[in-house]
Design a protein around this ligand. Structure first.
Ligand code: AFP
Length: 315
């Protein structure tokens, strides 16, 4: 059995990055163990207005404490915190880390899979284009606890065994062409363009799979192929998901697995973030579907302009 540590060593991972990934992986067990005692709503909201669960807060505080003490980190941005946390390190260097400590937290109370999403930047800044990440990972707490990571060496999945160690489950994962679709956002709020795209997927035999946990829904897409979307909505043109904490790390992993990630019009990993709470419409999944989607979105835009031109021409 290949351990995560061995895998990182074999991949010639930078020593400090290896230390950081291992440190984060070691937090999977304490977080999983905290589920039983932290099942209620905490009675607070985060800066995005989401109701926080006790476990959200517990995982957030736990991860921040561990990272602060590690001396490996210069900045931490967490979905549960309003500001970027600056950490003083001896030589003023260290990684920048983004955390979604507990993604899909409304599912905690119904015992469905939720996860921790991590993005790692090399030069201590987190307001960088997603493509500049050094590594990305997620931990999914389901019937099994698994960790998926990339250091730009492909995508690999590990399972937490009874001895509390992550061991290799699948190596060099590539996203197969598949027919799952996970459409976020209420149907009544979908734009016409998005609704048409979803209709095409349905007519084309795609099977609905949507749980309310991005990390769990993406994990299915990674395994079976398809497309996840949380689009621009009629009243919320940036959609719901957060660029730093959700879209970038998962998009980075998707691309490493041969998939793609897009706003519908452009590459998400090319966006320079302007704030830590930035939201972005997201489509992530098979490259071919993202290509079709972008063509469809741009085509419709052309149609719309034509229609408008028609209106003005008549005047
Ligand atoms: P929470 O972590 O606050 O539950 O949000 C989960 C999430 O950001 C993402 O994981 C889901 O895909 C999406 O929101 C679900 O949103 P809807 O409840 O609107 O489907």
């Amino acid at each position: 059995m290949v351990s995560l540590e061995q895998h990182l060593t074999d991949a010639a991972c930078d020593e400090k990055l290896k230390e950081l990934i291992l440190l984060l992986s070691q937090q999977a067990k304490p977080i999983k163990d905290a589920f039983v005692e932290n099942q209620d709503y905490a009675g607070t909201t985060n800066m995005h207005g989401d109701n926080q669960m006790e476990l959200d807060k517990w995982a957030d505080e736990h991860l921040i404490k561990i990272l602060r003490e590690s001396q490996l980190i210069k900045t931490i941005a967490s979905e549960e915190q309003e500001d970027i946390i600056e950490v003083i390190t001896p030589d003023n260097s260290g990684f920048g880390v983004t955390l979604d400590p507990l993604d899909g937290s409304s599912l905690i109370a119904v015992n469905l899979a939720v996860g921790t999403i991590i993005g790692i930047y090399g030069n201590g800044d987190v307001l960088e284009k997603g493509k500049n990440m050094k590594a990305a990972a997620y931990i999914l707490y389901g019937p099994l606890t698994v960790l998926v990571y990339t250091i730009k060496n492909g995508v690999h999945e590990f399972v937490l065994n009874d001895s509390g160690e992550f061991v290799l489950l699948r190596e060099n994962i590539t996203m197969p062409e598949g027919k799952l679709y996970s459409p976020g956002g209420l149907k009544k709020d979908h734009t016409e363009k998005h609704a048409k795209f979803i209709q095409k997927l349905e007519e084309n035999g795609h099977k609905l799979r949507y749980s309310g946990s991005f990390v769990a829904d993406f994990h299915q897409i990674l395994r079976y192929g398809g497309i996840f979307s949380y689009p621009a909505l009629k009243e919320k043109e940036d959609g719901k998901l957060r660029l730093l904490f959700e879209a970038n790390p998962i998009g980075f992993i998707a691309r490493q697995a041969g998939g793609e990630v897009s706003t519908g019009l452009k590459d998400i990993l090319e966006i320079t973030p302007t704030s830590i709470d930035q939201r972005v419409p997201i489509y992530v999944g098979n490259k071919s579907k993202i290509k079709d989607l972008e063509e469809h979105m741009k085509e419709d835009m052309k149609d719309e302009k034509e229609e408008l031109r028609g209106v003005y021409d008549d005047e």
